[in-house]
Design a protein around this ligand. Structure first.
Ligand code: SF4
Length: 51
């Protein structure tokens, strides 16, 4: 499936809210998602809420 990334996610559905997101310890605005660097405020169609 193609990942459709958007640099500005909807409130409550951003990478920061996603279970696949791991924020960088030195920069919480940037994080890792499956080995890719993404922005906390971004989002994509693979979004899954944190448990
Ligand atoms: S799966 Fe999508 S929404 Fe979740 S962290 Fe990765 S890029 Fe962001």
């Amino acid at each position: 499936m193609e990942v459709k990334y958007t640099p500005q996610g909807e409130t409550g559905k951003t990478c920061a809210d996603c279970k696949f997101y791991t924020p960088k310890p030195d920069n919480p605005g940037i994080g890792d998602c499956f080995g890719h660097e993404v922005e906390a405020k971004g989002s994509c169609n693979m979004f899954q809420p944190k448990e």
